[in-house]
Design a protein around this ligand. Structure first.
Ligand SMILES: Cc1cc2nc3c(=O)[nH]c(=O)nc-3n(C[C@H](O)[C@H](O)[C@H](O)COP(=O)(O)OP(=O)(O)OC[C@H]3O[C@@H](n4cnc5c(N)ncnc54)[C@H](O)[C@@H]3O)c2cc1C
Length: 445
């Protein structure tokens, strides 16, 4: 792709910022990534990404995009022992109170193009950061916070940044991409420049995560690499046990509406026992615990509707959690950031005016799909009023999940939609609806 500009500045060097920088490096001669934290060398937690200590799963679409943007990266994952979740036998997926997954002969299950991956968050970020750092034209300014936008006419022309010693400077830019996450200040900056802030929708999920890392004796979990037990209205708590690199696991216990696991080991295990399938809990009893419990609270999920703004300055975009900060229990945020990066690449390649409108409109389709799915489930679990459409869709998906257990076609379709490979509309095509309503192949035969 030819260059469309001289300098792009990305604010935030977490997943959304790194993936944006990757695609901008093809379109701009210089890309500066501004990050408030001093960035660690190697695989380490950092202050600006406190969620990094908790389980993170990268959905198949996110994996496919990483593979496309960074050829060879998945081979490095494999070399470092990052487990790839590819077959139903490797997942225990208890959703809506029923264990999902195709139970028929494995050879009938349609092969999936990409597995899901679940490296630790610091590992993922450090490997992606190394790839971006190696790209020509990309410079990192870490230990440096963005404090305001600088405008010229109806465009953003740069960003004011402050180093840790308080020294301020303006970085001029043809494009500024705000990837500073759920706390991102673009709505405030827009108002200061005389624009409206975007409409917001919030769902008060009040989710708390409590996590510990562990090792298990070889074979303790059989083939399982991922155990997910999701919340249900009568038990608004959830657990995720994920195999990570270097033979470690992370166990995350989550709760809605202020429910949270104790942090002491005995209380943590007792909280897990309420949800874990017995064979998984038996394995946990043999665990070697590697660290103390850490907690993280997410008071609300939040969607900011930038695509609805009638006036928006040129030279500015917002990506990642700054657009939509999902309930983490659905594991969508990083994959959505990856989808946004590919849409940014395509929007730049298409050329033409009004980049922001084209970008926000194109991303809204995917963001909305993930947002609506999550919000429907949240409302059901929290006992909040649901629209009739949400109730009907919820009941349909529950039936689809049940039929998928003996219908490999439906199981494969559901897996692709769940992994954000295919749009949710795929599950509502007439042939699929018929399969769901008639109970799949077993009932028809
Ligand atoms: C507990 C928890 C669990 C999650 N689990 C999953 C999961 O399983 N799967 C999944 O896909 N997603 C998950 N997510 C979501 C995922 O972490 C985010 O979607 C992902 O990190 C992308 O966010 P981001 O890059 O937009 O923002 P963030 O990750 O929040 O990063 C923002 C970055 O901007 C920097 N920054 C902030 N302010 C400034 C400033 N003024 N100047 C410069 N830099 C600044 C921060 O230091 C940070 O580096 C989870 C989230 C939480 C909270």
């Amino acid at each position: 792709m030819g260059k469309v500009g001289d300098h792009a500045v990305v604010l935030g060097a977490s997943i959304a910022g790194l993936l944006s920088a990757r695609v901008l490096a093809d379109a701009y001669r210089h890309v500066t990534v501004v990050e408030r934290d001093p960035l660690p060398v190697g695989v380490l937690d950092r202050k600006g990404v406190p969620q990094g200590r908790h389980s993170h799963a990268l959905l198949p679409r996110g994996v496919a995009i990483l593979d496309e943007l960074f050829p060879g990266l998945l081979a490095k994952f494999a070399a470092d022992g990052v487990p790839a979740v590819e077959s139903p036998a490797q997942m225990w997926f208890d959703v809506n109170g029923q264990v999902l997954g195709y139970e028929g002969p494995p050879e009938d299950y349609p092969p999936q193009d990409h597995p899901g991956y679940q490296p630790s968050r610091p590992y993922l970020e450090s490997r992606v950061r190394d790839e971006v750092r190696a790209m020509p034209g990309v410079v990192f300014r870490d230990g440096c916070a963005a404090i305001d936008l600088v405008a010229s006419g109806n465009r953003v022309a740069g960003v004011r940044v402050a180093a840790q010693d308080g020294r301020e400077e303006v970085l001029p830019a043809d494009l500024v991409v705000d990837a500073t996450g759920r706390g991102g200040r673009t709505p405030v900056w827009l108002k200061r420049l005389g624009y409206d802030a975007p409409d917001e929708e919030q769902v008060p999920v009040d989710v708390t995560y409590t996590s510990r890392h562990l090792r298990l004796p070889p074979g303790a979990l059989g083939d399982l690499l991922m155990v997910i037990v999701s919340a249900v209205p009568q038990r608004p708590t959830a657990m995720g046990l994920l195999a990570q690199e270097e033979g470690r696991y992370v166990l995350t216990l989550g709760g809605y509406a202020g429910q949270r696991s104790p942090t002491d080991l005995e209380g943590f295990l007792a909280f897990a026992e309420r949800m874990a399938p017995p064979h998984v809990f038996a394995a946990l009893r043999q665990a070697e615990w590697l660290d103390d419990a850490r907690t993280h609270r997410v008071p609300m999920s939040r969607r900011r509707y930038y695509e609805r703004l009638r006036r928006f300055p040129g030279g500015l975009l917002v990506v990642g959690d700054g657009v939509c900060s999902f309930n983490p229990l659905f594991g969508q945020g990083m994959t959505m950031a990856a989808i946004q990066a590919t849409i940014l690449r395509d929007s730049l390649a298409d050329g033409g005016p009004d980049l922001a409108r084209r970008f926000f409109t194109a991303t809204a389709k995917w963001v909305d799909q993930a947002w609506r799915t999550g919000v429907g489930a949240d409302r059901q679990i929290l006992g909040l009023p649901q629209s009739r459409v949400e109730r009907v869709i919820g009941a349909y998906i529950q039936r689809l999940q049940a039929v998928s257990r003996h219908d490999p076609v439906l199981a494969g379709q559901f897996q692709r939609v769940n992994g954000l490979i295919d749009p949710a509309a795929t599950l509502f095509k007439p042939a699929t609806v018929l399969r769901v309503l008639t109970g799949g192949p077993r009932r028809r035969s």
